[in-house]
Structure formats: C-alpha cells, structure tokens
Design a protein around this ligand. Sequence first.
Ligand SMILES: *Cc1c(COP(=O)(O)O)cnc(C)c1O
Ligand code: SF4
Length: 341
Amino acid sequence: MILKSHASLHWREQLKQAITQVDQLAERLTLDPQALAAQIHPQAQAGHFALKVPQAFVERMQPGRLDDPLLLQVLPLSAELETPEGYVPDPLQEQAFNPLPGLIHKYRSRVLLTITGACALHCRYCFRRHFPYSDNQPGGQQREAIVDYLQAHPEINEVILSGGDPLSSPDAHLARWMATLDAVPHIKRLRLHTRFPVAIPERIDDDLLAWVKSTRSQLVFVLHINHPQELDARLIERLQALRAAGVTLLNQSVLLKDINDSALVLAELSERLFDAGVLPYYLHLLDRVQGAAHFALSPTEIETLYQQLLSCLPGFLVPKLVREQPEQPSKTPLGWPFSTR
Ligand SMILES: *Cc1c(COP(=O)(O)O)cnc(C)c1O
Ligand code: SF4
C-alpha cells in the first residue's frame, strides 16, 4: 500500500474516505490484524458509533504501536462493553434544559446550539455517543423559533455551535446560521466547539474563511486536542489562517487514562498549543458515559497529576480543570480549593 498523503483532497472527499474497517486500520499502521481484532468489540464496524477515523488523523499515529495515544482515542476496545455502576447513557441529563430542538440553555448568558449530529471521527470517550441526534436538530422552520427564543432572552450574549461537530455542516448552512445569529443585536460572540480541523485540517479552507470573515460577532473556536502528537505542521498552518482571519483560538482536552494522563504530556501540549497561537482553556474530567469507564483515573491520580502540571507551566498555559455536573449553573472548577482565609 502506498502511504500517500490525502492533504490535497477536499475535506468532504477525505471524510468519505475515512477508515471504518479494522483491517484497513491494521494495514495502514502495520499492525497484526489478529492482534488488533482481539482487542476490539464485536460491533466495532457496525452501528451508530462504530469505528470512524480519517486518514489525516491516522497519519499522525505511530505505525506498529497498539498503545499509540491517538489510536487509543478511536479504537473500539472490548472494555467498552463493561458496565460499571455510575456510567450511564446520558450523564449530563441535558433534556431538562432543552427548550427547543437543537437548543440547550443551561448557563445563563450562553446557549448551546447543536446543528448536526455528525463528527469527522468517533472518539470513544465521547459523552454524546448515545445521544439521539436525529430527534433533536433544528430544521429550517425552527431557525425562526430559535431566533424568537434569543430575542426573548436578552441575557444571552453568546451562542455556542456544538454537535456532533458543527463543522460537519456545509459552509452554506453555516454561513446562513452566522447571518441569522448576527442579526440578533444582543449576541456579541459566536463560538464553535470543534474537533473537525484536528481530524481533517483541510476543513479550514477558503469557503470556511469566507463566512468567518463576514461575521459581525467576535468568533471563538474551541478546538479539542488531547495530545501533542495531534498538532502537526499541516494543522498548525491552517490554524494560522484562522488566526489571520481574526478568530480567537482556545483548546479543551479530556483527561484520558493511557493517553494524556501525564503532566509532561499535558505540559508539552500546552506549550505546543501556545506556539500555534492557541490558548489552553479547559481540561475536562471524563463524563461518566456508558462505554468509557476504561478511560477514567482515580481522584488521587488526578490530584497528583494536576499539581505536577501547575509546577510545569506559567499560569496562563494551565487549562482549568473542570467537571460537568447535571444541576450546576457552570462547569465545576476543581483543583483550586478556595482557601482565602
Ligand atoms: C460547557 C457548556 C457551555 C459553555 O460553558 P463555558 O464555561 O462558557 O465554556 C454552555 N452550555 C452548556 C450546556 C455546556 O455544557
Ligand atoms: S468530535 Fe467531539 S462530539 Fe464528535 S465524537 Fe469526538 S468528542 Fe464526541
């Protein structure tokens, strides 16, 4: 097999060619197909949240290594079939804050708008892996209902496009949303939470930059990079184009066992992010979603790791350690005990 880069293909073509077969992944990474097959669960190649990873992401994996930190993020291990107590299909119970299809209004000043359920890759730890997206997406007529809702809530000054991955949507669709939201006077900021450019850097193309440059609101992209190996030259180049277009770039990570559970790895990630013009924002504790328990760390491991991280970095490169809790009015910060006395 010729190891040819897919960088010259349009992102939609790269997405179509994403790897979904374990054998194909084994071949690409020169792994023994039997050794790989022995590790994964029987439904790995079928169903709603099966193996899916674009070549551009696989190109950043180390050949021949079953323990590669990028491979472990996408490999459907049989450990997913374990069902320890406390791990549930919907850990965040967002339905209670779902006034309209596609809209989650949980925190006072900002709403989450999920415009698509699709992602460029399937991350095995994802808390939305069991989410019924098809029942919860705004169609054309709901655009108006959403605008009415925003008009009626002047306390909302920021709309967050989420998903799935909002950059799975065609640029024409995104441009329409941007124009719609720009027209609400009290919306100051539009934020996109996306892992798409990490999976396929060529998603940042001229069509995207055109709507980015046309918005009246301040634009923030929150990337989702978990390991320094994900930040290659190809991605950094595209991030620079986004920055040149005036976008503020932040990053969030999820703390994941055997992937980034080391202060050195996380410190290197922060350093490399900053080199690329991205500020670390959040380090999330794993959401307790069914199928992801094997990524969890113990409270003691987390405390030790975070204290080491604090000692490795300037304060502005330390991501806030947070947890998402169903009933709280914000993310819950951890590792910063209030001792003002
Ligand atoms: C995380 C989240 C936000 C954004 O929170 P920030 O702390 O502003 O990043 C907004 N709404 C919901 C429902 C969220 O889960
Ligand atoms: S890209 Fe984000 S929403 Fe999609 S599977 Fe990965 S973590 Fe989940």
